[in-house]
Design a protein around this ligand. Structure first.
Ligand code: NDP
Length: 357
């Protein structure tokens, strides 16, 4: 089987073939009690993977040098060992593997209790949706917006990386479910047009046009606000951090909320204290605005996933939420594909097809 291991910690951008290295290895055959042998079908590629490769304390232990790279997958059960836990799986079952035991491999033995069987799939919803809108990014959008942002009808919300997997779902829940006015930030005219035409954003900002110039970005913000007839934003759902976060802080409304979902603009910066990471120097605006910034990690809400997924599926059926997936072929190319997340090469949820059921 093909396996991809992290052979050294990346410095800056990930270098495929050096940091993440593919090799041919024996397929595991020995399955212990309460374990299952899985064949991988789809691998989710996530910005967080860059963080897992760093040797720093975080919400999850780092991937060890030499270990199989970690990821969430949709997999098929090939062998289910007898035992109290794994008794619930039949050979052939399709599961989401949340074990974090490998992932960038074609076959793996993992604890059965960390897998959950996919529900009966609606014909209109592909199984990959369980890595996207009904998976981690959908849950991130749902809980980050509803529990942290707490949007109210008529409020104005700004979303960064709005054309991405998480951002596009945030924008649609805010617009089509809550009734907010939505301004999306994305890189490039195509993504911005998609946000207007398909996602339903009321205004968009192509941040690449400002090219890091704060004044130009402020002008874009002003224009977008005018378009939605608002003085400022009530909520900023931020996936990006850095320059964009700093510039937008000035435009929050009284009692505004900044939902810190991610800060992808800084993930490839080695020294987080270096000047390459733009600090939010405009934070003082928050004092007089009585505003708040709050981070969250989606897995905090794991007990509520079931209900959120049911809700999301209903919104999809009602046409309130559309989702886009960017499915690429071949595990060996996964390190190259992962880089797309950091240069905007992906449109929608980035997934690698690893095998056929
Ligand atoms: P996306 O599908 O949104 O892909 C990432 C996008 O980020 C790219 O397409 C690109 O869009 C944008 N981007 C990359 N670099 C920059 C930059 N320097 N400046 C501005 N935009 C940039 O990925 P996800 O939906 O999977 O993740 C979105 C965010 O959510 C990430 O920050 C991730 O870490 C975070 N996250 C947080 C979780 C939590 O529990 N808190 C859980 C899951 C995700 P463009 O072309 O528009 O530049």
């Amino acid at each position: 089987q093909t396996v991809i291991r992290m052979m050294q910690r990346p410095v800056g951008e990930i270098v495929p073939g050096k940091d993440l290295v593919a090799s041919q290895e024996p397929t595991p055959t020995v399955v212990g009690n309460d374990q299952v042998l899985l064949q991988r079908l789809y691998l989710s590629l996530d910005p967080a993977m860059r963080g897992w490769m760093r040797d720093i304390p975080s919400y999850m232990p780092p991937v060890q040098v030499g270990a199989v790279m970690r990821g969430y997958t949709i997999s098929q059960v090939v062998v289910a060992a007898d035992g109290s836990q794994s008794g619930r799986f039949q050979v052939g079952d399709i599961v989401v593997d949340n074990s974090m035991v490998g992932g960038w491999d074609q076959y793996a033995v993992v604890p059965a209790k960390k897998c959950s069987k996919l529900p009966m799939l609606d014909n209109n919803i592909p199984m990959t949706a369980h890595l996207s809108v009904l998976g981690l990014t959908g849950m991130t959008a749902y809980f980050g917006l509803m529990k942290v942002g707490k949007p109210q009808p008529g409020e104005t919300i700004l979303v960064s990386a709005a054309a991405g997997a998480t951002g596009s779902v945030v924008a649609q829940i805010a617009k089509n479910v809550v009734g907010c006015k939505v301004v999306g930030i994305a890189g490039g005219p195509q993504k911005c047009q998609w946000l207007l035409d398909q996602v339903g954003c009321d205004a968009v900002i192509d941040y690449k046009l400002a090219n890091g110039d704060g004044r130009k970005f402020q002008k874009q913000l002003q224009q977008a606000l005018k378009q939605v007839d608002s003085k400022g934003y009530d909520i900023f759902f931020d996936n990006v951090g850095g320059f964009i976060l700093n510039e937008t802080l000035r435009r929050l409304n009284l009692r505004g909320r900044v939902v810190l979902c991610g800060a992808i603009s800084g993930y490839n910066v080695e020294d987080q204290r270096s000047t390459q990471v733009v600090p939010p120097t405009n934070y003082m605006a928050l004092i007089s605005l009585r505003a708040k910034i709050e981070g969250f990690i989606v897995t905090d809400y794991v007990r509520e996933y079931k209900e959120a997924k049911r809700q999301m599926a209903e919104w999809i059926a009602q046409g309130k939420i559309k989702y886009k997936e960017d499915v690429r072929e071949g595990l060996e190319q996964a390190p190259e594909h992962l880089k797309s997340l950091f240069n905007g090469g992906n449109t929608g949820k980035l997934i690698v097809k690893v095998g056929e059921p």
